[in-house]
Design a binder for this molecule. Structure first.
Ligand code: ADP
Ligand code: MG
Length: 343
């Protein structure tokens, strides 16, 4: 039994190796591919197969099931070609931006409590309106940039604002704030959001990353949760090297004491409901999802972002086990899943 693994890198990652080893133990062969390995004329995929400890070049017909990294969706033509011939775990349909995910929650009676008021800000006047309403706001790019370009604005009084960015904080008057942000938001697509004070006892921003995968029954499970703290940061918990990871159990006990268990359970149920909702909105089954969840001073949960290609470096073992379990489920269901015309 064969499953293709389509990833953006030429060189297989450590995760790809771990998935291949785990898959072999379940009787599944993994063909590691990069979009450029797909030959549309001959309907052949050249790729790599793990033999012992080394990756060997090989050529095969296009696998019937392909686990597609969302980072490969840029190769639109290859994806469209593959979609006609195989079952893809991610086809890129109905992608949900940071703005859209908030709308989706707002419109769902069970999820609206987790939504953060959000608007596109093509002009500074939108930011000004949010400041008037909420006092503290975040301005960030609509598409993920790994904790980059995340700004916080606090209005102190009519003509005084504090701008927080990375580890710095600057006082500005209205005119200076206007020029500063007009320049930023003219260069990229940005949104403005109410600021959610998700902070540790020391005042550093934190969030809870809930990483979901599918299991062997094809159901969502939480592969791992962990806390990210942006030590010394003004807003973002996840700035590159400067973010530190903590165990949720210990962190929740220290921060929320007797409420630790109920917050943990609440995150689990929210994450599972959110994963199902995202699949409904995207009109496709997915295989992986990373949710960035903030917890404010009154212990309310909010969703900062839903990632369709979450980082796996902290949970490779868990991902490899669940992902290959899910492959066994997909292979069993294969006959029903393959588009009718090629069955
Ligand atoms: N509205 C907000 N209020 C408070 N903190 C926020 C808000 N939006 C983002 N952050 C902080 O910035 C981090 C990065 O934001 P996110 O939207 O996940 O962008 P990225 O795609 O760069 O990860 C979040 O994990 C959170 O710590
Ligand atoms: Mg994020």
């Amino acid at each position: 039994m064969l499953v293709g693994l389509l990833q953006p890198f030429k060189e297989p990652t450590d995760l790809a190796k771990e998935i291949s080893i785990e898959a072999q133990s379940k009787g599944i062969e993994i063909l590691y591919m990069n979009p450029s390995d797909i030959n549309e004329d001959d309907h052949i995929a050249s790729g790599l197969v793990l033999k012992g400890d080394t990756w060997e070049d090989t050529e095969m017909p296009i696998p019937e099931i392909i686990d597609v990294s969302a980072f490969c969706l840029k190769s639109k033509q290859k994806i469209a070609y593959l979609q006609d011939r195989a079952y893809l775990t991610e086809g890129g349909r109905n992608k949900i931006s940071k703005e859209k995910v908030q709308k989706v929650m707002e419109q769902d009676e069970h999820l609206q409590q987790y939504a953060i008021p959000t608007s596109r800000c093509k002009t500074f006047s939108v930011i000004k309106g949010y400041l008037l309403k909420y006092g503290e706001v975040v301005v960030k790019p609509i598409y993920s940039q790994l904790g980059e370009k995340i700004y916080k604005i606090s209005q102190v009084n009519k003509d005084e604002f504090i701008i927080g960015y990375n580890k710095t904080s600057q006082k500005m008057n209205l005119q200076e704030t206007f020029s500063y942000f007009q320049n930023i938001i003219s260069k990229d697509k940005f949104i403005v959001q109410k600021y959610i004070p998700s902070r540790t006892h020391f005042g550093d921003p934190f969030d809870c990353r809930a990483h979901l995968e599918k299991n062997k029954e094809g159901k969502w499970v939480i592969a791992k949760k962990y806390i990210r703290v942006g030590i010394g940061q003004q807003v973002a918990s996840n700035i590159g090297q400067n973010s530190s990871m903590l165990d949720t159990g210990m962190f929740f006990k220290l921060k929320f004491e007797k409420d630790a268990q109920s917050i943990n359970d609440h995150i689990n149920s929210f994450a599972l409901n959110m994963a199902k909702k995202i699949e409904t909105v995207r009109k496709q089954k997915l295989v992986t999802l990373g949710l960035d969840i903030g917890i404010d001073d009154s212990k309310r949960l909010f969703l900062f972002e839903a990632n369709s290609a979450p980082d796996t470096s902290l949970l490779q073992e868990e991902v490899a086990k669940l992902r290959t379990d899910y492959y066994t489920y997909l292979l069993k269901a294969n006959v029903e899943l393959i588009p009718k015309e090629i069955v």
